[in-house]
Design a protein around this ligand. Structure first.
Ligand SMILES: [Fe+2]
Length: 353
């Protein structure tokens, strides 16, 4: 049984239930580790939003992930090396990046019906790496659902993994800045897709499509994107996938300047942009894959009861199974009371939190 606890509410003695990765993909804390006051302070200092801990009273048994912890850690580590190589003026090692995409593909193909339930628990500093790995995994999932071949998926996956590589040219202080950006800083950020393209096209191992994913991932169908303001079909179809997944994962993440947006609100926002900014076929696939109320979410039901989502049915992702913890008058419910929203049509979710 596991429970997500925000870092400021962790207590010494809490036992880690899911591994915690550092910015380079190394495991900082393994499952089973007992947290000390020192480690909790360190997690807070590193900017971790929270930790999955063991909790015998929690109704949540496990939170499935799209890719395995090992695949995720290796991919983050390879990206970290890639950025470091570039910073030091060395050539990128391309083969390990394709290896990571192959590992992600085999994870995804072995669990083809996986529901997207959680992001990773990244720090602010490790943002680009954790984010890029999420974007690659989700792009592969959507590309798979759109019927791309394995060869096409490998291209899409590597492009998605490296979509933000042009950020190497942006000073880290700018990326981490809390306040509004100056117009020069904003100009520099708008150039990262082109920078990425210029880097990637120098490698014969990377096809032009991979470089174009980096170049076009901030373009929008209506021409409101950057850097070139491309419209509609002139945006590469792989870039149209990565654009949607990128915005989804960015909104889902906690940032220095704002907390994470709840999943159902992110999906609503993306749904509103379908056809105008985002490719509708991509948005449809995303909506079919992602649980709007992921496992572990606390919800207030229209009955006035408060509970926790413990399961998300594959057929009706917006109608989860909720274990009721408090009755409408706020008293704890004794025993196992489940609301299966897929079967109880008159019960809905009033709000999250
Ligand atoms: Fe970007």
């Amino acid at each position: 049984m596991i429970r997500f606890v925000p870092t400021n509410r962790l207590e010494p003695g809490d036992i880690v239930a899911r591994p915690i990765f550092g910015a380079n993909g190394a495991v900082l804390l393994r499952p089973g580790a007992v947290l000390s006051a020192f480690e909790i302070r360190r997690l807070a200092a590193l900017g971790f939003p929270g930790v999955y801990v063991r909790d015998p009273d929690s109704p949540v048994t496990d939170v499935p992930d799209v890719i395995s912890d090992a695949t995720r850690a290796a991919a983050i580590n390879r990206l970290w090396h890639t950025f470091r190589d570039l910073e030091q003026g060395n050539r990128i090692h391309c083969a390990p990046l394709f290896d990571s995409i192959d590992e992600m593909l085999s994870d995804i193909l072995s669990e083809p019906d996986v529901v997207v339930n959680l992001g990773d628990l990244r720090t602010h500093d490790g943002y680009t790496f954790g984010h890029s790995v999420n974007v690659a995994a989700m792009s592969l999932l959507i590309g798979h659902d759109l019927g791309l071949s394995i060869k096409e998926l490998r291209t899409l996956g590597v492009g998605a993994l490296l979509h933000d590589i042009g950020k190497i040219a942006i000073p880290p202080e700018t990326l981490r800045q809390r306040g509004p950006l100056t117009s020069e800083q904003w100009q520099m950020i708008r150039q990262h897709p082109r920078m990425g393209f210029d880097i990637l096209r120098r490698y014969y191992e990377f096809s032009l499509a991979i470089a174009h994913i980096a170049y076009q991932h901030h373009e929008r169908l209506d021409g409101s994107g950057y850097p070139r303001g491309l419209t509609g079909d002139s945006i590469h179809r792989y870039a149209r996938i990565v654009a949607v997944v990128d915005i989804y994962d960015a909104m889902r993440s906690e940032r220095v300047y704002r907390p994470a947006v709840p999943v159902h609100e992110v999906l609503e926002e993306i749904r509103k942009g379908a056809g105008e900014k985002f490719a509708p076929e991509v948005v449809n696939r995303l909506l079919r894959r992602v649980a709007p109320y992921p496992v572990g979410t606390t919800v207030l039901l229209t009955t006035g009861e408060v509970g926790v989502v413990i399961e998300v049915p594959a057929e009706q992702r917006d109608r989860p199974v909720v274990r009721v913890l408090l009755n409408p008058s706020g008293r704890p419910v004794k025993g196992q009371l489940l609301r299966q929203l897929a079967k109880e049509e008159d019960v809905g979710i009033e709000r999250v939190g």
